[in-house]
Unconditional design. Structure first.
Lengths: 110, 119
């Protein structure tokens, strides 16, 4: 059971938009920055979003992040088959004094 | 170019010890934290712990405290994750990642080290 809650799966058609939620509490998401990672099959995680909504160099603006209260959201527009992957949110948990990940969301582009 | 290169896959028996490594290059190794993440087969990511090679300040997730040891040798830009007595449940892929503070995101990741523990 992960500290952060994500939907196990989401799906959408190519070209469409999808959002992935990440729910936590005041000890983690509400008072700390959230980051998002993409993990393609058989590869290491890759940073997509940091500090709630910032994109590292090289990440297309089809990917966006937001945070409100105890929840965060990853948005992906203009879906491509290459976006099929597992997506994870991460933040710091002040009660645990440790980082925490969401359980991951598998994105299927139909 | 920043790179984290991890040691190769390991196959061990229950009760054996193991130390895997993560070597950084392309940046000042001592100035960034290195964190370790576990991914069990078919499962999600788990935050294990983190070390600052500059002074060896180390933090562990409560779930992993006492189960593993994280260390670093800044003279050779390498961080380590070790077990004194492996269990079958330690079978997993282990990733290292660079973080600019211990509460922050991982901006560069190693390729992963697969550890298989089986009798």
């Amino acid at each position: 059971q992960s500290v952060l809650t994500q939907p196990p799966s989401v799906s959408a058609a190519p070209g469409q938009k999808v959002t992935i939620s990440c729910s936590g509490n005041t000890s983690n998401i509400e008072n700390n920055y959230v980051s998002w990672y993409q993990q393609l099959p058989g590869t290491a995680p890759k940073l997509l979003i940091y500090d709630n909504s910032k994109r590292p160099s090289g990440i297309p603006d089809r990917f966006s992040g937001s945070k409100s209260g105890t929840s965060a959201t990853l948005g992906i527009t203009g879906l491509q088959t290459g976006d099929e992957a597992d997506y994870y949110c991460e933040t710091w948990d002040s009660s645990l004094s440790a980082g925490v990940f969401g359980g991951g969301t598998k994105l299927t582009v139909l | 170019e920043v790179q984290l290169v991890q040691s190769g896959a390991e196959v061990k028996k229950p009760g054996e010890s193991l130390k895997i490594s993560c070597k950084g290059s392309g940046y000042i190794f001592s100035n960034y934290w290195i964190g370790w993440v576990r991914q069990m087969p078919g499962k999600g990511l788990e935050w294990m712990g983190i070390i600052y090679p500059g002074d060896s300040d180390t933090r562990y997730s409560p779930s992993f405290q006492g189960q593993v040891t994280i260390s670093a040798d800044k003279s050779i830009s390498t961080a380590y994750l070790q077990w004194s007595s492996l269990k079958a449940s330690d079978t997993a892929m282990y990733y290292c990642a660079r973080r600019y503070r211990y509460t922050a995101y991982g901006d560069y990741w190693g390729q992963g080290t697969l550890v298989t523990v089986s009798s």
